[in-house]
Ligand binder design. Structure first.
Ligand SMILES: Cc1cc2nc3c(=O)[nH]c(=O)nc-3n(C[C@H](O)[C@H](O)[C@H](O)COP(=O)(O)OP(=O)(O)OC[C@H]3O[C@@H](n4cnc5c(N)ncnc54)[C@H](O)[C@@H]3O)c2cc1C
Length: 299
């Protein structure tokens, strides 16, 4: 069905594909993948899917999603060409495709000391996925350096959003509507400062020391919980650690011995194993502390 309705040089359809490599957790997953190479291709693709009443989902680097064993709707991934000479020297602003990796941006920021770009140091993500999630570290959030976002709507129309203070909140954007896909963004920085390179290096070292960055994970499982009455933030990782659940194992899935808010897939873990682990942790935390922790990872 998909390959019959999508016929465009910039749209590649692969049916029942092994999607294991398409998420950082490397869960066993199969499904239909649509790779789109241009904005014209994206407009065509979303228009045709909507016309044919086919739901879809955007996929970046799969660093915050758990792919089910058999996906029922196609995933759309962007792979736009762009002129990489933009990174040959520092610019005042950058117009970049949603498919560029944050690692590329961090490496540029590190080289020239771009102030403000240190906020996303070490986050595995595509630019589109990071904007969607308002990804951030304790140095700040990516939303602070985004000026404009360009999207294609489910009807295949282009939409431009000028970013202001109300556009983002903690790990959320407030402008992507159902079915919209971010294909481009305009980024700024706050000047050049040699100290930024040192900050990026130190932050990367700290992350490598404290997080299982070489293992197959999906980043933090739970969002930290902010209790409004006491104005206290409960750190999910700390709570799991205090309960002695670091190292807890379900088949080949383990709560990371390095950081309790990460799960490591040590090979052949399934979506069901992950769900089971999340349920166990949520129940224990509710029982012990009376707190409902919301998952950060999407499924
Ligand atoms: C080891 C590790 C460490 C991590 N550390 C951090 C951290 O410090 N801070 C942090 O914030 N996150 C962290 N994460 C989580 C993850 O990196 C971020 O959430 C990131 O923003 C996900 O980007 P992605 O491109 O992988 O998006 P995906 O995981 O593929 O998608 C995430 C969501 O964005 C949507 N989406 C993706 N692309 C687009 C697009 N172009 N248009 C519209 N919607 C889109 C998807 O549909 C999905 O809903 C970590 C993950 C790992 C594995």
């Amino acid at each position: 069905m998909l390959s019959k309705i999508l016929n465009h040089t910039d749209v590649v359809v692969e049916l029942d594909k092994d999607l294991k490599k398409y998420s950082t957790m490397r869960l066993d997953a199969r499904g239909d993948l649509i790779t789109v190479k241009s904005v014209e291709g994206l407009k065509y693709c979303l228009r045709e899917l909507t016309k044919n009443k086919i739901s879809y989902r955007a996929l970046g680097w799969g660093a915050n999603v758990l792919l089910p064993t058999k996906t029922e709707i196609p995933y759309i991934q962007l792979d736009f060409e762009f002129d990489r000479s933009i990174f040959d020297s520092p610019k005042n602003e950058y117009i970049l495709p949603g498919s560029v990796s944050l690692a590329t941006l961090t490496s540029h920021a590190n080289k020239y000391g771009l102030k403000g770009w240190e906020v996303f140091t070490g986050i595995p993500a595509s630019l589109g996925g990071a904007i969607f999630m308002n990804a951030g570290t304790n140095l700040g959030e990516i939303g602070s350096v985004i000026k404009e976002v360009n999207l294609v709507t489910k009807n295949g129309e282009e939409k431009s959003v000028i970013i202001d203070k109300s556009s983002f909140s903690y790990r959320h954007n407030h402008f992507v509507d159902d079915g919209d896909i971010i294909y481009q963004a305009r980024l700024i920085h706050f000047g050049l400062d040699e100290a930024i390179s040192k900050k990026i290096k130190e932050y990367l070292e700290m992350r490598t020391r404290t997080q299982p960055l070489k293992e197959w994970t999906c980043g933090c499982i739970f969002k930290n919980h902010h209790d409004k009455r006491s104005d206290v933030t409960c750190r999910a990782g700390l709570f799991i650690d205090i309960m002695g659940l670091k190292g807890l194992t379900i088949k080949n899935l383990q709560i990371s011995p390095k950081h309790a808010n990460f799960m490591e897939n040590r090979g052949e873990s399934s979506f069901e194993d992950v769900m089971q682990m999340i349920n166990v942790l949520q129940k224990e935390m509710k029982l012990q502390y009376g707190v409902d922790f919301e998952t950060e990872v999407e499924f």
